[in-house]
Design a protein around this ligand. Structure first.
Ligand code: NAP
Length: 289
């Protein structure tokens, strides 16, 4: 989802792109006819050089129950893949200037109402351990002299998938519901801001370390539910009980019932001007597209 939009913007900026995909034949359709596809990192030979590497791979975290096998797939598609990527960077004759590598606000674990900037400690649940190991794997590229930015990504709002894509049908049917007590924080970001922030990190040679990729006004689940329902002119009178979500989803229900109030401190300090700083603005834009 993010990669497609990013390719569109980077192509318009005149960059030449290579996309790693398990389905390379779909890359020209999804990412643009001018984009070169790579089916495996084995194709990255040492003489091939890239100016920047952006690592957005990862098996979807919410779609399937977290069995031991699924957890392994989530781990391999992030940590093992990042380790391989970093070994290719180390082997390259000309190193990229920067590695922008995925992580998520789940890094912080379930933190109630605490406001979290980039200095906050990591959590200890499965998503937090996954993000910490993912970041550590990416940071190893610094040993090759490469600048590394860690993208602690919030809930990316797009009308083409992700969380919002999943919520739209029930909300349009008037079946929107807050989740549990609705007090959990949702640190969201409009996809246009996400892509602008990411390409800013790519160009700024001083940028490095972790970045909270979120809007400056996170919302509780109760606020998010009410704002989405209002934007769609539909009621959202229901509440999904926590016990029901837990029994249907198992451990991964923590992604919906818990949260973290994350603030984009480094972007704010650098004077980044958000295109969509408030949730009503972001949703109204996306729902009109
Ligand atoms: N969207 C969000 O709200 C959000 C929030 C926090 C973090 N993130 C992270 O940001 C990254 C991009 O997010 P997205 O929403 O754009 O995700 P996405 O649409 O699911 O794209 C992730 C890509 O990862 C590749 N992938 C999936 N399973 C894989 C596997 N088993 N092994 C290797 N590659 C695999 C797929 O590419 P191919 O099928 O082409 O191989 C897929 O297109 C992900 O790592 C995600 O965890 C996203």
């Amino acid at each position: 989802m993010i990669g497609r939009q990013l390719c569109k913007v980077l192509l318009a900026d005149g960059h030449a792109l290579t996309v790693l995909s398990r389905k390379p034949e779909t890359v020209p359709r999804k990412c643009g006819a001018a984009v070169r596809a790579m089916a495996s990192l084995d194709e990255w030979q040492p003489e091939l050089s890239f100016d920047a590497v952006i690592n957005l791979a990862g098996a979807p975290i919410v779609d399937e129950r977290w069995t031991a096998r699924r957890k392994q797939a989530l781990w391999d598609s992030r940590i093992t893949l990042t380790e391989t990527l970093v070994s290719r960077i180390a082997a390259a004759r000309t190193k990229p200037a920067v590695l922008l590598s995925g992580s998520a606000v789940g890094y912080y674990g379930n933190r109630g109402d605490a406001a979290l900037d980039e200095t906050a400690e990591p959590g200890s649940d499965f998503p937090a351990r996954l993000c910490k190991a993912w970041e550590d794997a990416a940071l190893a590229a610094e040993q090759s002299g490469v600048r590394v930015c860690l993208l602690r990504t919030g809930l990316v709002l797009s009308c083409r998938g992700g969380l919002l894509g999943k919520m739209l049908l029930p909300f349009r049917l008037g079946l929107g519901a807050r989740l549990g007590d609705g007090k959990q924080w949702m640190s969201w970001i409009h996809i246009d801001d996400y892509v602008a922030m990411l390409s800013g990190l790519m160009r700024d040679s001083q940028a490095g370390g972790p970045y909270n990729m979120t809007a400056p006004q996170p919302a509780t689940n109760r606020e998010f539910t009410a704002t989405l329902a209002k934007a769609l002119h539909r009621p959202a009178p229901f509440a999904m009980p926590a016990w029901l979500l837990k029994s249907v989803m198992g451990e991964r229900a923590c992604l919906l019932l818990e949260g973290q109030k994350v603030l984009p401190e480094k972007f704010s300090a650098a004077g980044y001007r958000f295109i969509f700083a408030s949730l009503p603005e972001a949703l109204n834009d996306l729902l009109c597209k």
